[in-house]
Design a protein around this ligand. Structure first.
Ligand SMILES: Cc1ncc(COP(=O)(O)O)c(C=O)c1O
Length: 421
């Protein structure tokens, strides 16, 4: 991809030369995709010939061990066979899908109707629409550090300044509220939180969510709450939808089918407009307008949502959460014994964050170096904290099968031992 400084136009009379790409495209940079597409630079140490194990991408379907429920597949099959969803859907979404999403997420303290739901192309599409509808060029948005890098990618692409507020590892990744508030100025258009969190695997308490909402209330800043991992929490944890804790702060809640229903490739997400006081009247119209850019996401999959929500057994989610927790504990236990690593206990979602004690290693300069050498020497792929604006850490995905997790963990432990000071 050309950098911002690369020449714009090399066209010469009589020839095509190179057509300049736009400023928006040049500003669009996704660090995860960048790290994963980099060739592994050869090192002096022997290259591993072991079977590759990837714990890098948050896609639970990669190894085939996590499959969605048959009802989910049947629901799509029925929608396709009905021949009723082959045309363009309304751009804000298929009415039955909006209705089903509203019913599922409506709460006495944060009631929703179908009109409060905008369907999106994945939760990524919801992130893009939410940032685009609230922020103008030159304004700023408050984002978590460490945080999911797409937020920075979208903000950067639109010339919106990303201001990163700190999450505190020692406090289960709670927001440093004072730091968050210190970043706000007259150009702050929105605060974004992500709960449960990628990459932290954390789940905020009610009291903490209320403290964040209090900042929004005091400074009159709307909130975007990315809840793509809603309800995906481990034993002893309670997930609370942020919007149910306020009757005043306008909140755009983002969600989707990708994670809980194990179908990230289906690309269906949504925005819930939580607006008890009509503060979002223009924003609502703005979201409707933005939805016309792509005429809405894939209609048959939207149309499957009512059956998916109605017929998936009650046991589905607790079973999935139990499995995910057992996977997380394998990594936590195995890596907890490794030299130089501090594993931060996850409370939900699909990730484990590990702090690297770099001063305990002889020849590892930073998190990127750790991941590079690990890939070369052990053929295990994990993501450096650099992808989440949080150097000195690495993120591991917990969804691969247990035997693969054990093998990956023992290779990482051997790697740490080999490089210990
Ligand atoms: C926190 C967070 N938000 C949004 C997304 C995007 O979800 P989708 O795959 O539905 O676009 C992801 C995907 O990994 C995520 O982790």
């Amino acid at each position: 991809m050309p950098s911002a400084n690369e020449p714009r136009n090399t066209q010469k009379p009589g020839g095509w030369g190179t057509i300049a790409s736009s400023d928006v495209s040049r500003r669009t940079f996704n660090p995860i995709r960048d790290v994963l597409s980099r060739p592994v630079q050869p090192l002096a140490t022997p290259k591993s010939t072991k079977e590759p194990i990837s714990l890098s991408i948050g896609d639970p379907t990669v190894f085939g061990n996590f499959k969605t429920h048959p009802v989910v597949v049947e629901a799509v099959e029925e929608a396709v066979r009905s021949f009723s969803f082959n045309g363009y859907p309304p751009s804000v979404g298929v009415p039955q899908a909006r209705e089903a999403v509203a019913n599922k997420y409506s709460h006495p303290l944060a009631p929703l109707t179908a009109n409060d739901v905008v369907m999106a192309s994945g939760c990524s599409g919801a992130v893009e629409m939410a940032i685009s509808v609230l922020c103008n060029e030159g304004q700023n948005i408050l984002l978590p550090r460490p945080g999911f890098c797409l937020y920075n990618t979208v903000a950067g692409s639109r010339n919106v300044e990303a201001r990163l507020y700190n999450l505190l590892a020692e406090k289960n990744w709670e927001v440093d509220i004072e730091h968050m508030e210190s970043l706000i100025d007259e150009n702050t258009a929105a605060i974004l939180i992500n709960n449960p969190s990628n990459p932290c695997g954390s789940n905020f308490t009610k009291a903490h969510l209320k403290a964040i909402l209090a900042v929004c209330e005091r400074r009159r800043i709307p909130l975007i709450s990315d809840e793509i991992y809603a309800d995906m929490v481990f034993s002893g944890q309670v997930f609370t939808p942020t919007a149910t804790l306020t009757s005043t702060v306008p909140v755009l809640t983002l969600g989707g089918l990708a994670k809980q229903w194990l179908v990230p490739g289906w690309r269906i997400g949504w925005i819930l407009i939580n607006d008890r006081n009509n503060a979002f009247a223009q924003v609502r119209q703005g979201l409707f307008a933005l939805s016309t850019l792509i005429n809405g996401p894939c209609a048959p999959i939207q149309a499957a949502i009512p059956k998916i929500f109605a017929e998936i057994p009650d046991s589905y989610l607790p079973t999935l959460n139990m499995q995910l927790e057992s996977h997380a504990r394998i990594l936590e236990n195995e890596l907890g014994k490794a030299w130089g690593l501090d594993v931060i206990t996850p409370q939900g979602a699909m990730y484990v964050m590990v702090k690297l004690n770099l001063n305990m290693f002889a020849d590892i300069s930073d998190d990127a170096d750790f991941c590079h050498k690990l890939k070369w020497e052990e053929n295990v792929e994990i993501l450096p904290g650099e992808c989440f604006a949080y150097p000195g850490t690495v993120r591991l995905v917990i969804t691969p099968p247990r035997d693969k997790l054990r093998t990956a963990a023992s290779r990482i432990a051997a790697f740490c031992e080999r490089h210990r000071k």
